[in-house]
Design a protein around this ligand. Structure first.
Ligand code: NDP
Length: 492
């Protein structure tokens, strides 16, 4: 077990982005919360300078912290008790970080070594809870940003869960099922001693789907010699919850629908852009189509498809099989559906041409920093009505600023994609009670939770003087619950 001062591997650059030179400095200076007074920007600058000094080489983490701090100045002014108890200073420091070696043997008999990490960020309101990501880009900065956002997201769900995140720089893509199993078993052989249904409850994320959860849970059960809800995202037959696979994608659409309602509109006859083709994207497309929208794009690391006729139920079933079973790339889509076009990813471009397609709503559901300011300009030129994030932090800060300046309806990931973790918490509740709820029951609860998250964010934004700003609303409402718990629990 090791504690960090510095980041791990090289920072990851999403495809289609140029090298992010001076990423750290730009993160420290960019605004993402709208115009600030000199006094406020002074506080934010000083705070970020201190956090930046303590966490060098962690641009994604600093980006996430900066957005939150900008929203919270007004709360700290109104509630000096938080400032005095140094709540914010404590919140940006994870309670614990575990790093470990993950050795395994590939199919050719070669020994491979990966790095596993679990960031246990905050247990103020419940056991650490958050997914595991297996991707070659995984490093400490990315897991800290995800863990930090998770604290606020989990707080917003109204359920008793703290925040954490973990993963490894292992890419399941191109590996055989046996290789993935051996990796998962080795990963869990260390992680199992740090998790448990009352301590830390991991789930899936990028690269960790039903197959990986199965292998991880199997090894946990074998080592801990107990069958408890120590992981979520389990299959239905052995402790999983109805609607968990669908929850993040469906939840994003429920949140977006509540947002559209504020301007008296619905998804009926709306054209939508969705990025990603994984878990979140697939079920966002499913729910959007069910609600009467036409989804015309999806993407993966190979590029994007544009299908002007819409990705209907049949086409989506084909994509689910391609991505979840055959584990192929979207470029194959145009063979069975030749009226669509495929555009390959171009890493030399500073924007993604997918976001230039005319539409009413956009749902980034792939990965962090996938939308540049140029992309947002293109969306705004096409008079986009709503941008709602299925992925975590997919829009770079300058893009968020543009959306807020133009008063576009904008649902930030930490509020909009909280449906996944909310149903994970419902899975924990069912496991503890040793009962299972029906699909309708879980879906009803998910809809209620997403509505409550929407209303809570809207109310907090209004109370603190920025009506319609869901970024501020999510940060403030998420913060206050955790901060109050920390005040109650003393200096720990
Ligand atoms: P998956 O691994 O199931 O899917 C990710 C998808 O995004 C894949 O289609 C992948 O392409 C694509 N992708 C990843 N990186 C890039 C990139 N740089 N450029 C283009 N496409 C890319 O992950 P999830 O759907 O679970 O997660 C997606 C996002 O949602 C992440 O930000 C995650 O943190 C967030 N999220 C997920 C939750 C969940 O319950 N799963 C909960 C809350 C948030 P390819 O297939 O080629 O690899």
């Amino acid at each position: 077990m090791a504690r960090f001062e510095h980041g791990g591997f090289a920072a990851y650059r999403p495809r289609g982005r140029p090298a992010r030179l001076s990423a750290l400095m730009s993160v420290l200076t960019k605004q993402s919360i709208g115009p600030m007074s000199d006094k406020v920007s002074g506080f934010v600058g000083d705070f970020m300078e201190r956090v930046g000094r303590r966490n060098p080489h962690e641009p994604e983490f600093l980006q996430a912290v900066r957005e939150v701090v900008g929203s919270l100045v007004v709360v700290l002014q109104k509630h000096p008790e938080y400032h005095k108890a140094k709540i914010l200073e404590r919140m940006v420091e994870p309670e614990r970080i575990i790093q470990f070696r993950v050795p395994w043997v590939d199919d050719s008999g070669e020994i491979q070594v990966n790095r596993g990490i679990r960031v246990e960020f905050s247990s103020a309101i419940g056991p650490y809870k958050g997914g595991l990501r297996f991707h070659r880009s995984v490093n400490l900065s990315i897991l800290k940003f995800l863990g930090f956002e998770q604290v606020f997201k989990n707080s917003l769900t109204t359920l008793p869960i703290g925040g954490g995140k973990g993963g490894a720089d292992f890419d399941p893509k191109g590996k055989s099922d046996h290789e993935v199993m051996r990796f998962c078993q080795s990963f869990m052989s260390e992680l199992y001693r740090h998790i448990g249904h009352n301590t830390d409850v991991p789930a899936g994320d990028i690269g960790v789907g039903a197959r990986e959860i199965g292998f991880l849970f199997g090894q946990y059960k074998r080592l801990a010699n107990e069958f408890t809800g120590s992981m979520t995202g389990k299959a239905l037959q052995w402790g999983g919850s109805q609607i968990r696979p669908e929850a993040t994608g469906y939840g994003v659409v429920y949140f977006a629908a509540a947002t559209l309602e504020t301007i008296g509109e619905s998804f009926q006859d709306k054209t939508c852009l969705v990025s990603g083709a994984g878990n979140v994207a697939q079920f966002a497309v499913e729910k959007l189509t069910e609600l009467g929208a036409t989804v015309v794009t999806m993407s993966d690391t190979s590029g994007f498809i544009h299908d002007p006729d819409g990705i209907d139920e049949k086409k989506l079933a084909w994509i689910k099989h391609l991505k979840n079973k055959r584990r192929g790339q979207l470029e194959e889509y145009v063979e069975p559906f030749p009226t669509a076009r495929f555009v390959g990813a171009d890493p030399t471009l500073q924007y993604n041409p997918m976001w230039s397609i005319r539409a009413d709503c956009a749902f980034p559901c792939a990965t962090q920093n996938e939308i540049s300011a140029k992309d947002i300009e293109h969306l705004l030129e096409n008079r986009i009505k709503l941008v709602c994030e299925g992925a975590n932090m997919p829009t770079i800060p300058a893009g968020v600023d543009l959306l807020l300046e133009h008063r576009t309806l904008y649902g930030p990931g930490k509020a909009a994609n909280a449906g996944g973790v909310a149903v994970s918490a419902l899975e924990m509740a069912q496991n503890s009670m040793r009962i299972t709820w029906s699909r309708e029951e879980v879906d009803r609860r998910l809809r209620e939770i997403m509505r409550s998250i929407h209303d809570t964010c809207a109310e907090a934004a209004e109370t603190y003087g920025t009506p319609g700003n869901y970024v501020n609303g999510a940060n403030i409402a998420g913060f206050r619950k955790v901060a109050d718990a920390m005040l109650d629990q003393g200096v720990v």
